[in-house]
Design a protein around this ligand. Structure first.
Ligand SMILES: *[C@@H]1O[C@H](CO)[C@@H](O)[C@H](O)[C@H]1NC(C)=O
Length: 209
């Protein structure tokens, strides 16, 4: 009997210790590691570390893609640090597009809350999965795969994308190819595009070389 009580006490002590690390609100001033940021001292954490109004307002779509992505990743919303979860708001004006892109760090679940979005992704086998989504529809985009969203109606579309990572990352294909100093000759060699097309896209997207 005493023996059993001792084991129970040990288990209770163990679970009390195991529950200490409930969260790890990012200390954004500290270094970032592959596991995330180090934790803000628990005594300084408040409820405001776990809420954000950032995705409540429409993003500015007066730009070349006529669309805006408003992320609530660790950088904007430190409370998600270490929890493997985050969210972003998409505003896509009429004629707007979220260009072909990937999130290297996480899968995406998109929920359309206004308008219509034609969305798709391309698998590693180069199979294309495309669908026009309406308000209330959700669509999955598996981690790392190229995907896109295009406004498919006569009104601004709004959607929320949740991610299986606090830092899913965002790499836009056209920006990777044409918005940096990757030499045109290398872009042409690796994409089979002609020089005039590459130079024109670099000019539009701010690339050099
Ligand atoms: C939206 O962005 C454009 C282009 O940068 C800018 O001229 C405009 O003032 C912005 N609008 C708002 C409401 O911030």
């Amino acid at each position: 009997m005493i023996h059993i009580l001792f084991i129970l006490c040990s288990l209770l002590t163990f679970s009390a210790n195991a529950a200490v690390q409930d969260f790890c609100v990012a200390d954004l001033k500290g270094p970032e590691s592959p596991a995330g940021y180090s934790c803000k001292p628990a005594a300084t954490v408040t409820v405001d570390d776990f809420m954000s109004s950032g995705v409540g307002s429409a993003g500015n779509t007066s730009n070349i893609i006529k669309a805006a992505v408003t992320p609530a990743f660790t950088e904007q919303f430190p409370g998600v640090n270490g929890l493997g979860i985050s969210i972003a708001r998409l505003d896509v004006a009429v004629g707007g597009v979220i260009p072909m892109h990937t999130h290297p760090g996480g899968s995406e679940l998109l929920l359309v809350t206004q308008g219509f979005i034609q969305a798709g992704f391309i698998s590693s086998a180069n199979t294309v999965y495309v669908k026009t989504l309406k308000k209330g529809d959700i669509m999955l985009f598996p981690q790392g795969l190229l995907h896109f969203q295009v406004n498919a109606g006569g009104v601004t579309a709004v959607a929320y994308a949740s991610f299986s990572s606090a830092t899913p990352g965002l790499q836009i294909l056209d920006f990777a190819l044409f918005a940096n100093d990757l030499p045109s000759k290398l872009v042409e060699a690796t994409t089979f595009l002609d020089d005039a097309t590459v130079k024109a896209l670099k000019a539009v997207l701010g690339g050099t070389g």
